[in-house]
Design a protein around this ligand. Structure first.
Ligand SMILES: Cc1ncc(C[n+]2csc(CCOP(=O)(O)OP(=O)(O)O)c2C)c(N)n1
Ligand SMILES: [Mg+2]
Length: 590
């Protein structure tokens, strides 16, 4: 239990805690926050110091917590969110009032959207002044602003309530469908003192923060009957399945049923992407052809074309393709959000999968051979076609020849975590680079948000101790690029590879007016991002060929030194919006 060294008790302390023993040891808000976090097994804070939380960061470090300081709160927030995803414990982001809070808020909203458990703890200015809008330093009603973007939001006004506040935040972040939680701690709270013993008693060690949710037996039965009736079954694994850490059971479920499966982006590696039942290489065939689809921790949002339309064999963009769906999800509200779900199975993924497995038994009939061979045939053809493309060695490098290298490096280092953002740099990496282990691919998620790169890379390295490879579009990198200093400061084993094609999507657009400004999507040509890393003592490499890229990546993995490789990619190689060109509204043609 942390205590305040000084025994001085102010009059207002006595007023706030009538009857307090002025001779006793005191504690304060700072120490109670730290003690409450530690009591709940939280040992790392991602944040950025300033009024009123500077001392909190110092005291947390002094109390043995790891405090990782960032250059911008959004990156600290993204770090906290992905730490939550990787560990199933809420990641903590700590920010200063108003502007710092707002900088962290994008990450909080992104965490909520992606179901990552995180807690944004923000200091805030003086309540009395904020609420009367009298113009305080960094004045803002942060709780009100955070509410619509968070799964839950709380404010603590009294030191004696810190234990409850942190317990509520933890439960809200990790129970049920995880999400981002906001915890507002006004400046005055930190300095509030109270009797240390009472303070200790007020803290709560949260028991069973994410209780299992066992699915109903009849729901499981309904799902299994539907699955059994399928002629062309398909399983879709989502990020929720990866989060649940039920890896072994999920693998048994897939292998025992013999059903082909597709991993969503962050579910890649849940089973090795080279698994013979993976249908990833023939996604556009299996989605419209499947008759029964079992979604496990995957939502039918835009990433799956809302379960309808041409992707699913529907006649027009709104038309149902005729599939029947089983949806395994922790949220009872998820079913029917886009199309009819014939068999919802509600519970935590681990409990659902193990209950399904019990019902499947050991002599489940494999899917019809015609379905499996039709998939295998297309898959092998596509893989062979891709191998041909990857083997080409154009000058300058294109996405394929560079990714051929990344693919080999990940194959040789399956423990490494791959962080990935960009448009073409994202889409090509996802489809070309095979993952071999669960939760090794971290990317832009549900929103397709740029800026997660360095925050994710820092947190992945900090919580796993494994090497991290960040494949970054040059635009994407720019959103969090200053954190290369953070990589160097903490000496993290992160190798950033910038796929530098001189711009957003590509570097070839021209200003149609012929004026001096370049086109909005174009950056400085031939920029040397590698020099940014050198500025802070890391290793910078300029790579123009696959051989140079390979050598630099191998050296980075071996040395574990922070490294940034500026990989020069043909500026004409990318396409507008990568693979989601269809979402771009086009101007009406005259
Ligand atoms: C926060 C945010 N701002 C803007 C975008 C729009 N956007 C999508 S991809 C992208 C960058 C693509 O360029 P780059 O990272 O260089 O990848 P490339 O396609 O060139 O490989 C942008 C700006 C976004 N997704 N998120
Ligand atoms: Mg680019």
């Amino acid at each position: 239990m942390g205590t305040v060294e000084s025994q001085v008790v102010t009059a207002s302390d006595v007023q706030q805690h009538p009857g307090m023993n002025t001779q006793s040891q005191l504690t304060d808000g700072f120490h109670l926050v730290i003690d409450a976090l530690k009591l709940n097994g939280i040992d790392t804070i991602f944040g950025l110091p300033g009024i009123p939380i500077t001392d909190l960061t110092r005291m947390a470090q002094a109390a043995g917590m790891r405090v990782i300081s960032f250059r911008h709160e959004q990156n600290a927030g993204n770090a906290a969110a992905i730490a939550g995803f990787l560990t199933m414990k809420p990641g903590i982001c700590l920010t200063v009032s108003a502007p710092g809070f707002l900088n962290g808020l994008t990450a909080l909203a992104n965490a909520t959207t992606n179901c990552f458990p995180m807690i944004l703890i923000s200091g805030s200015s003086e309540r009395e002044i904020v609420d009367l809008q009298q113009g305080d330093y960094e004045e803002m009603d942060q709780l009100a602003v955070a509410k619509p973007l968070a799964k839950a939001a709380f404010r603590v006004l009294h030191a004696g309530d810190i234990g409850v506040g942190i317990a509520r935040a933890i439960r809200a972040a990790v129970s049920g469908r995880p999400g981002g939680v906001y915890l507002d701690l006004p400046a005055k709270l930190f300095a509030q003192t109270m009797d240390a013993e009472l303070g200790t008693k007020s803290l709560i060690k949260v028991v069973d923060p994410a209780p299992r949710q066992i699915p109903a037996q009849d729901a499981v039965q309904r799902a299994l009957e539907l699955l059994k009736s399928a002629r062309r079954p398909l399983i879709l694994l989502g990020k929720g399945a990866a989060y649940a850490q039920a890896d072994a059971d999920i693998r048994v479920l897939i292998e025992r049923t013999g059903i082909p499966y597709l991993p969503m982006s962050m579910a890649k590696g849940l089973l090795p992407d080279t698994h013979e039942q993976s249908a990833a290489a023939t996604r556009s065939y299996v989605l419209p052809e499947a008759d029964v689809v079992m979604l496990i921790g995957a939502r039918l949002n835009w990433l799956l074309s809302h379960g309808k339309g041409k992707t699913w064999g529907g006649q027009d963009p709104k038309a149902w393709g005729g599939q029947k769906f089983i949806q395994v999800d922790i949220s009872p509200q998820e079913a029917d959000s886009n199309v009819r779900i014939d068999a919802p199975v509600v519970g935590d993924i681990g409990s659902c999968v193990s209950t399904l497995l019990a019902g499947i038994g050991s002599n489940w009939a494999k899917p019809p051979a015609e379905w499996l061979s039709a998939i295998a045939e297309r898959k092998n053809k596509n893989i062979a076609k891709m191998a041909e493309t990857l083997a080409k060695n154009p000058v300058p490098m294109n996405f394929h020849s560079a990714l051929n290298v990344v693919r080999d490096i990940i194959k040789a280092n399956p423990d490494a975590i791959l962080v990935n953002e960009g448009a073409n740099a994202l889409d090509f990496t996802r489809s070309i680079v095979d993952m071999y282990q669960p939760r090794k691919r971290l990317d832009v998620g549900t929103w397709g948000v740029m800026g997660i790169g360095m925050g994710f890379a820092v947190a992945a390295a900090v919580v796993s101790g494994q090497p991290v490879i960040a494949i970054e579009g040059d635009s994407a990198f720019g959103f969090s690029g200053m954190e290369v200093e953070t990589l160097c400061r903490y000496d993290l084993p992160v190798c950033v590879v910038i796929f530098n094609n001189n711009g957003v999507y590509r570097g070839t657009d021209v200003n149609p007016t012929g004026g001096p400004d370049v086109a909005p999507t174009v950056f400085v040509k031939g920029a040397r991002y590698d020099k940014l890393m050198e500025a802070f003592g890391g290793v910078g490499v300029h790579a123009t060929t696959p051989a140079e890229l390979r050598k630099a990546m191998e050296a980075a993995i071996r040395s574990r030194k922070p490294t940034l490789i500026n990989a020069v990619i043909d500026e004409a190689a990318g396409t507008e919006s990568g693979r989601i060109t269809s979402l771009n509204p086009s101007a009406r043609k005259k």
